[in-house]
Design a protein around this ligand. Sequence first.
Ligand SMILES: Nc1ncnc2c1ncn2[C@@H]1O[C@H](COP(=O)(O)OP(=O)(O)O)[C@@H](O)[C@H]1O
Ligand SMILES: [Mg+2]
Length: 350
Amino acid sequence: MRAAFQSLLMPVLMVDPHRENAPVAFANRALLDLTGYSQEELSGRSWHLLHMPGSGVDALTAIDAATQAGEALETGFVGRRKDGAAFECTLALSPVRDEAGRLRWATLVLTGIGSVPDPHRDVTAASWDLEEQVERRTKALQAALNRRTALLHEVEHRIKNTLQMTASLVLLKARRLRDPEARKVLQETAERVSALSAAHRLLSASGDAGRFNLQEFTAELAGELVTALPKGQVDLDLDIQPLGVPAPKATALALLLNELIGNAVKHAFPNGRRGRLTIEIGRAENGLKIAVEDDGVGLDHAPATEGSFGKTLITMLVQQLKGQLTWRDQKPGTRAEIAMPVDAQEMKFE
Ligand SMILES: Nc1ncnc2c1ncn2[C@@H]1O[C@H](COP(=O)(O)OP(=O)(O)O)[C@@H](O)[C@H]1O
Ligand SMILES: [Mg+2]
């Protein structure tokens, strides 16, 4: 079949009717001779590049519609060669179906070819040149963007490794300390650095390195913290919308969630008390709402620890995020609610 098409004296194109702008699947020798393109230059590109811009737009629209619908059509057509020269012809479109009647290809046969005197030939050629330049430039920019994204991922990956190493070092030191207070401080520091490391790991793995996947981070962190408790003691209830936040907010949010969830796990359920930990994250009026709630002993009932830093850190982080924090005594339990501004456009997550 290919050889038969190849040897036809009239120019023939086969295009894919199922793909956008009907890319060329095959062009025979006569068509290449007529247009000045090579098979490689045409293959995979929309056959529209053979249409002379600004001429017979209705014809093009009708051909497109018929191509997609799998209908036959014959119409006048003004084409453009690679060098920008115009030609006139009759274009006959016919659908090619397989044995089951499914539309597979569309063939375009050009007959009655005549040249069109083109007063704008130079301009057309120049604009064609320009189009080619734009296409090349776009490709170069896309390549640069891809390199930048890869670099960003690499940097995030290294930050993650460094933080992980730091956490391990601190933890190693903590294990060698006799003073329980000092050991607790170092352990907590290691936990905080680990939370930061986890945030950077997600950033390094995210398709969009500029977006922090809050849902994945929170689910992972809460899962880990709750698993450290005896099995079945605390039920975890996550109600988290799939939201992304701008990467620069990732570290503050990671630390904040680590403190809030960590506190609930550490303080709300003493002496094997059973209960439920609920985390809600979703859109609020002007941004993001985060709530961490437990039905444990409540803030007032837990024995106060001396020199505790967690709540101060929470307040500082909420300030840094320009958010608002409210503590609520749930009787039983505690609910911390944070509302913070994030641009709605920036929260979209694919
Ligand atoms: N969810 C909670 N339920 C009960 N008590 C809590 C809760 N969160 C915090 N607390 C109490 O507040 C105290 C201060 O917390 P924090 O500043 O994070 O310090 P730390 O966690 O190091 O004790 C805790 O020691 C605890 O008594
Ligand atoms: Mg704490």
